[in-house]
Design a protein around this ligand. Structure first.
Ligand code: SAH
Ligand code: SF4
Length: 372
């Protein structure tokens, strides 16, 4: 069977070459061609013997997900839609800023966790993305940005940060996510520091422990409620891993985390979780965990049962947290004119869970402002 080399990290490529009687340094060579130069054509990999290049041509391929569309917002935010086969598509969003460029990528076609304010969740779940489909988003966006210029060049300045905050729950696709993360961190590939790669999770406790042990990158946790009663409604996985367990997992994670805090994401839902008293409850709840808060103004989608908290409410909620000495930022909504904001990532998911009682083809998901 032909192997897609974008599915393999350094260890996988080393094993692949060993199987074919080749020495480990081949893995490093190929890794650099693929992920530092963006090359898919074995013929140009000139430091590899011609006989091996010919062999690679018959044993392997380099196939990223195809770009279906590429749209640029008035504020420079750029949204990519990728075909992942079988009628499914996922999205990535590139957010350029003065000092950095952040790419927000997807890890699943849909999501099975069904948070009540999330339009990815409302689409249902189709399947996990492969490593090639996850890292291939980075690969393709670098191509689109013109970030490859030669064997030693890389797109660090253009894509300085990667956040796994697009469609899907990264920790529900842990093996592929970890392999893709290793490629992001590998100096022969994307060479990003662990602090510049952030995984966002709704709180899959056992997988948080595994991530810590296997590839501890920066962690963001989608909290959204100050108590179990409310979180059970907003983030149903809370019924399985309630707040006490989740916060204990955050503390364990911090033992190995590249940053000395966890970022708690908190979507601001009008009249649901945005009262001053709830901010104070949040402070009491998270007292033992070194953390920062990132407040996300809710981005509505067709049929969503919530409204975004008014600006003055978000400001007041932030003030309560700030007055207690907790660093708190409010996420800017960017790219909403092209539906690229957090909660607006469209995608296209053929729901295999049939949660809605029929197969759904949802073209317009809503997740505004994805990434910080
Ligand atoms: N599944 C992971 C990562 C993807 S979601 C997680 O839940 O953390 C990335 C962030 O977008 C999460 O904090 C999520 O709660 C938030 N989000 C989802 N839908 C949203 C919406 N409609 N408006 C604002 N933020 C939303
Ligand atoms: Fe899934 Fe995250 Fe959306 Fe919840 S918020 S349904 S975990 S993508």
């Amino acid at each position: 069977m032909t192997v897609n080399l974008l599915d393999l990290d350094a260890a996988g490529l080393t094993a692949f070459f060993a199987e074919h009687g080749e020495r480990p340094f081949r893995a490093r060579q190929v890794l650099r061609w693929l992920h530092r130069c963006g090359q898919a054509d074995f013929a140009v990999m000139t430091d590899i013997a011609r006989s091996l290049r010919d062999e690679l041509g018959s044993l392997a391929m380099v196939v990223p997900p195809a770009v279906i569309s590429d749209r640029i917002s008035d504020d420079g935010t750029r949204k990519f839609l990728f075909d992942v086969g079988g009628g499914n598509a996922v999205e990535s969003v590139f957010i350029p800023e003065e000092e950095r460029g952040t790419l927000c990528i997807s890890t699943q076609a849909g999501c099975a966790l069904d948070c009540s304010f999330c339009s990815t969740g409302k689409q249902g779940f189709n399947r996990n993305l492969s490593v090639a489909e996850i890292i291939g988003q980075l690969w393709q966006v670098r191509h689109a940005l013109g970030a490859w210029q030669g064997p030693e060049a890389n797109g660090e300045r253009l894509i300085s940060n990667v956040v796994l905050m697009g469609m899907g729950e990264p920790l529900a696709n842990l093996d592929n996510t970890v392999t893709a993360l290793r490629l992001m961190l590998d100096d022969n590939a994307y060479g990003l520091s662990r602090r510049r790669v952030t995984v966002s999770t709704s709180g899959l406790v056992p997988a948080m422990d595994r991530l810590r042990d296997e590839c501890a990158v920066a962690l963001a946790v989608s909290l959204h409620a100050p108590n179990d009663g409310l979180r059970d409604q907003l983030v149903p996985i809370n019924r399985k891993y309630p707040l006490r367990e989740l916060l204990a997992a955050c503390q364990r994670y911090l033992e190995k985390a590249p940053r000395d805090f966890v970022t708690f994401e908190y979507v601001m839902l009008d009249g649901v979780n945005d009262a001053d008293a709830q901010a104070r409850e949040l402070l009491a709840l998270t007292r033992a965990v070194p953390c920062k808060f990132n407040l996300i103004p809710f981005n509505p989608f067709p049929g969503s049962p919530y409204r975004r908290s008014p600006t003055y409410r978000i400001r007041r909620f932030a003030e309560v947290l700030l007055e207690a000495g907790v660093v708190t930022t409010t996420r800017k909504t960017r790219g909403d004119d092209i539906d690229a904001a957090c909660g607006q990532l469209a995608g296209q998911v053929l729901d295999r869970t049939q949660r809605t009682g029929r197969r759904t083809l949802v073209l317009q998901l809503d997740r505004q402002d994805a990434c910080t």
